[in-house]
Ligand binder design. Structure first.
Ligand SMILES: [Zn+2]
Length: 277
C-alpha cells in the first residue's frame, strides 16, 4: 500500500501562534502528517530553532519539507544574483537538514535571455556546486528538489526536472501537479508521471504540491485557488495513489485554504479506502 504524507504549505491558518513549532503541533491536531516550512521570503530561521522544530516533528510523526525563497534565479545575467541565489539554496538546505526534512523545493531559474538549453547547462553547473558544497559541509541527507513550474518563461518542464535529477546526485523533481498541468496546456496523466519517476529515476518517494489554478485568456496561470474546480482534478491523482505499491508521497496543499483543503484531500483519499494512521 502507498504511504501518504499530507499537510499544508506553511503554518496552518487555524494555528493560534504563527511559528513553525506551533504549526507542527496544529498539523498533528488536525489529523494531518506533513508540513512544508516556508522560507519563501528568506531564510530567517536560526539553526537551533530548526533543530528544535525537527525534534518536535519527529516526536509527533509529522514529515517536514522546506520551500526555498522565491528570490532564486540561477540563470540571472547578474553574477551577484546568481551567487545570492546559491547562498539562499544552501541556507535552506542547511536548516532543512537540521529539521530532518527530507527535501527542499526550489524555483530554480528563469530562462531570461538564455535559450532553455543554455539555461539548463547553467543550472546544472551552479546547482551542482551548491550540492557539492552542502555535502562537503555535512549536509548529507536533504534532497534538492527542482520544482516543476507553470510559466513558459521558467525552467521547470517535467523533462527538465527529470533530466537534471539524472545528472546531479541529490537532486530530485519536486512535482507541483498543478504547475505541470498548466505547463502541459491543461492536461495531466498522473499515472504516467508516477511511472516515469520510478522508471527513470528509481524514485520510491515523491515530493509534491497540489492546488488549483486560475484559468484566464485561454490558459491556466500560476495563481493558486482553493481545490474545487478541477484545475487540475484531485480525484484521479488520489485514485492513482491508492492503487500503488512500493511508493510513498508527500502531498503539500498550496491552496489559499491550506489545511481546510488538505482535509478535503484527506477525505477524498479515505473515501477511496486509504487509511491515515
Ligand atoms: Zn513552489
Amino acid at each position: 500500500m502507498v504511504k501518504i504524507y499530507l499537510g499544508p504549505a506553511g503554518v496552518p491558518l487555524s494555528s493560534k501562534k504563527r511559528n513553525t513549532i506551533d504549526g507542527i503541533r496544529t498539523v498533528k491536531e488536525l489529523g494531518l502528517n506533513a508540513m512544508e516550512v516556508e522560507f519563501v521570503q528568506g531564510v530567517k530561521m536560526k539553526p537551533e530553532s530548526a533543530e528544535e522544530a525537527g525534534k518536535i516533528a519527529e516526536e509527533l510523526g509529522v514529515r517536514l519539507s522546506v520551500h526555498a525563497p522565491y528570490f532564486v534565479n540561477l540563470c540571472s545575467n547578474e553574477r551577484e544574483k546568481v551567487e545570492a541565489s546559491k547562498a539562499r539554496i544552501f541556507d535552506t538546505a542547511d536548516r532543512a537538514e537540521r529539521m530532518k526534512a527530507d527535501a527542499i523545493a526550489i524555483h530554480i531559474a528563469f530562462y531570461g535571455k538564455l535559450s532553455p538549453e543554455e539555461c539548463y547547462q547553467q543550472v546544472k553547473s551552479e546547482l551542482g556546486e551548491v550540492v557539492d558544497k552542502a555535502r562537503s559541509q555535512g549536509i548529507k541527507n536533504v534532497k534538492f528538489g527542482v520544482e516543476t513550474m507553470a510559466k513558459d518563461t521558467a525552467f521547470g518542464t517535467l523533462d527538465e526536472v527529470v533530466s537534471i535529477s539524472k545528472e546531479i546526485k541529490g537532486v530530485i523533481p519536486y512535482i507541483d501537479w498543478a504547475h505541470t498541468f498548466a505547463r502541459q496546456g491543461g492536461r495531466i496523466d498522473y499515472g504516467e508521471i508516477i511511472d516515469r519517476l520510478k522508471r527513470e529515476l528509481g524514485l520510491t518517494h515523491i515530493n509534491s504540491h497540489f492546488e488549483s489554478l486560475v484559468f484566464r485568456n485561454g490558459k491556466y496561470v500560476d495563481e493558486h485557488l482553493p481545490i474545487e474546480n478541477d484545475a487540475p482534478p484531485f480525484k484521479p491523482l488520489a485514485e492513482e495513489l491508492v492503487k500503488r505499491e512500493d511508493l510513498s508521497i508527500t502531498l503539500i496543499c498550496e491552496s489559499p485554504e491550506l489545511e481546510k483543503d488538505a482535509l478535503k484531500m484527506k477525505k477524498v483519499l479515505e473515501e477511496l479506502g486509504y487509511k491515515f494512521t
